[in-house]
Design a protein around this ligand. Structure first.
Ligand code: NDP
Length: 334
């Protein structure tokens, strides 16, 4: 069994030596368990938080422990009546080639319904984050303007496409011309703005002539600075992620923005609401039904960035935090 464990905690940007590859014997399943061979493993921004000992909404990975991750796996051996060898399941097995899991923690996947890797992206946690966060907290209405950054990724691309289904205008923010072209031409956003452009803030303003009604916050940093003055009265801001600051050390750059933020929260009646997707777990069946339907009828499209080999995971993950991925980042393990 090949595993990638946390070797040390990063300060700032993670480096490959924060991780270590170890070999252990393939474990044997106990009663009610299955032995899994991992096919795909999901790399997600939240893993940066798990590498840190700072207090957060979930416990940190301990030094020497296998890095956590959602995984798509094949059942090799089963000691539970519901599963048999060859079944494909969604599990939470982490950065490794094999794992034992309790059968009751698994979800069976149907390879005939959609490629099984989508259970880690558009039909999995990131897609669900977009669905629940946008519809429950963002509540976009027809004709409103919805803005989202990291718009070529699994969360942002779904946010914009669901906003379009609800009749809103969708404006995506992404890094570089290639990602912007994908957001506009493939995902069908009304406009895509490159946050690396020297005239980013002006371009965003021009793309939002009626202001912004929903800003789905994925990044923070200078993207937030450009969005903030464009927010309309009664704008909703689901705060989903702040990836621009996940590698930050020490105090943040620039002036204290809090007094101006609070002034506008008051005078524009802004609703700013953070969330972690699992709080909406009740909506999962509705999500699978709606998103499954939208993918089947072509209303929602997705892009995956599949990198080969478990040993590639550390470099790929470090790159994810800096926008090196192009679509939902997945490691093909087997
Ligand atoms: P993506 O696949 O979109 O990857 C992250 C992207 O963030 C990068 O590709 C990069 O895109 C962008 N990015 C990185 N740094 C910056 C920066 N400084 N300024 C602007 N953009 C930056 O990730 P996901 O779709 O998986 O996740 C998107 C967000 O959603 C993350 O913040 C994540 O933490 C959050 N999230 C929150 C959940 C919750 O429950 N609250 C659940 C799941 C995800 P580009 O090259 O376009 O800049």
């Amino acid at each position: 069994n090949l595993q990638i464990v946390l070797a040390s905690r990063p300060t700032g940007r993670p480096s490959p030596d924060n991780f270590r590859i170890v070999r252990t014997p393939v474990p044997a399943p106990g009663e009610g368990q299955v032995l899994l061979k991992i096919r795909y493993l999901s790399l997600d921004p939240y893993m940066r938080g798990r590498m840190s000992a700072a207090k957060s909404y979930a416990a940190a990975v301990e030094i020497g422990q296998v890095m956590e991750a959602g995984t798509v796996a094949e059942v090799l051996e089963s000691r539970h009546p519901d599963y048999k060898p060859g079944d494909i399941v969604l599990s939470y097995s982490g950065w490794q080639s094999h794992a034992v899991a309790d059968a009751k923690t698994l979800r069976r996947l149907d390879p005939n319904q959609a490629p099984v890797s989508t259970a880690l992206g558009v039909l999995g946690m990131p897609g669900f984050t977009a669905y629940a966060g946008l519809l429950t907290l963002g509540q976009p209405k027809a004709g409103e303007t919805v803005v989202v950054a990291a718009a070529s990724g699994p969360v942002g691309s779904a946010v914009g496409q669901i906003a379009k289904i609800r009749g809103a205008r969708a404006i995506g923010i992404a890094g570089g011309p290639e990602k912007c072209a994908l957001v506009r031409d493939e995902f069908g956003f009304d406009a895509a703005i490159d946050h690396r452009s020297p005239t980013f803030a002006e371009e965003l303003r021009a793309a939002c002539p009626d202001g912004i009604d929903v800003y789905f916050e994925n990044v923070g940093g200078k993207v937030w600075d450009a969005v903030f003055p464009l927010l309309n009265t009664f704008a909703r801001i689901p705060v989903c992620g702040l990836i621009a600051q996940y590698n930050a050390t020490g105090p943040f750059e620039g002036p204290d923005r809090l007094p101006v933020l609070m002034r506008d929260v008051l005078t524009k009646s802004l609703t700013i609401r953070g969330f972690i997707q699992r709080e909406f777990v009740d909506q999962y069946p509705a999500f699978l039904r709606d998103m499954g339907g939208w993918i089947a009828d072509g209303r929602v499209k997705y892009k995956e960035d599949i990198v080969q080999g478990l040993e590639s995971a550390p470099e790929a993950f470090i790159g994810l935090l800096e926008g090196q991925n192009f679509g939902k980042l997945i490691i093909e393990v087997a």
